[in-house]
Design a protein around this ligand. Structure first.
Ligand code: HEC
Ligand code: HEC
Length: 283
């Protein structure tokens, strides 16, 4: 995920000169914030910027809608810390690493960007209970917000090269009844090389086949590879380390989910939710 983070960082450098200071606007109520209470308006430009940074740096863990992520971040809509944030003083330190012990990594970005993300989070919180809706109206499982028909179209254009709902994915929604786990089964693998906890996908094992000069093949799970050696864990439980010299011996690395990771930059949150809405119909 480092390279993905590199984008907002360099954008941050470019935009830092133009960045507006975090808007404080009118003072917010200090005591416990009640969802639905009127919040000061945020600067729309800052919120917009925060939203795109959120999509890149926070979405995977906290969810596209902030209600809890696919790889383990808590629901920010119920986070007392976020609810009491006035101008970044609570959220920015978290982004900078104050909760690392609890599994929230420090996310490298400029203070301006961190303030923009905080403004975005506040702006979403500001809509809770708005229009007279009780907060509970926001409760239904957020994962099934997609459009199954659109998901089917996306699936047919991007996924059928490798999958078929009458073949390998037949009955996937019966086999994986929890929509969130179902979504994880293809989305989480994309972030496997990223920071944070390894996603719980059952079969994301990278394997390697090493063809020795005498033609003998050594194969198994890839433990480690660099310019000088390759280490493979074989089916019998032993590990073998083989010296490498350029292209000798030949090493073929198979990463079954590489294709999913390559798709990651391609699809939007809507695509993701649509595909999930479609896959839950594949019983
Ligand atoms: C790798 C996963 C991961 C990423 C990426 C991530 N978070 Fe978190 N976040 C967590 C976890 C896990 C916690 C819970 C930490 C704890 O309870 O100590 C957390 C906690 C938080 C909290 C505090 C919630 C509370 O009430 O305690 C906030 C606010 C937050 N994250 C915001 C963000 C923002 C904003 C981003 C993006 C800039 C982000 N997070 C990116 C995993 C992540
Ligand atoms: C280039 C090939 C390729 C493409 C394209 C691809 N996948 Fe996959 N997918 C795989 C492989 C390989 C696996 C792992 C299969 C295994 O371990 O048996 C996998 C696993 C999965 C699984 C878990 C299946 C299970 O039985 O647990 C789901 C769900 C899935 N993919 C959905 C998708 C979706 C949705 C798309 C399109 C957005 C997609 N894949 C695109 C190759 C691909």
């Amino acid at each position: 995920m480092y390279w993905r983070l590199a984008i907002p960082i360099s954008l941050a450098c470019l935009t830092a000169a133009f960045a507006q200071p975090p808007q404080t606007a009118t003072p917010r109520p200090t005591g416990g914030f009640v969802p639905g209470q009127k919040r000061a308006a945020e600067d729309p430009a800052q919120v917009d910027r925060g939203k795109s940074i959120y999509g890149i740096s926070c979405r995977a863990c906290h969810g596209a809608d902030l209600r809890g992520g696919d790889i383990g971040g808590p629901n920010l809509l119920r986070s007392q810390l976020s609810l009491s944030d006035q101008k970044g003083e609570k959220i920015v330190p978290v982004i900078q690493g104050s909760l690392q012990a609890g599994g929230m990594p420090a996310i490298p970005m400029s203070p301006e960007d961190a303030h923009a993300v905080a403004a975005y989070v506040r702006s979403v919180l500001g809509t809770i209970g708005g229009q007279g809706r009780p907060p509970s109206a926001m409760e239904p499982p957020s994962i099934l917000v997609g459009n199954a028909a659109d998901g089917k179209v996306f699936f047919q254009s991007k996924c059928t090269g490798c999958h078929s709902v009458d073949g390998d994915l037949k009955g996937i929604a019966t086999r994986i009844p929890d929509p969130r786990v179902l979504q994880n089964s293809w989305v989480a693998g994309m972030l496997r090389t990223g920071r944070g906890p390894a996603p719980q996908t059952p079969r994301n094992t990278v394997t390697a086949v090493v063809t020795l000069t005498d033609g003998q093949k050594v194969e198994g799970k890839l433990v480690r590879i660099d310019d000088f050696t390759v280490t493979v864990a074989k089916a019998d439980g032993t590990q073998q380390t083989i010296r490498r010299d350029g292209d000798v011996p030949k090493v073929e690395v198979k990463d079954p989910l590489a294709a999913h990771r390559e798709l990651y930059p391609v699809y939007t949150d809507k695509n993701m939710h649509d595909v999930t809405a479609y896959l839950v119909t594949v019983k």
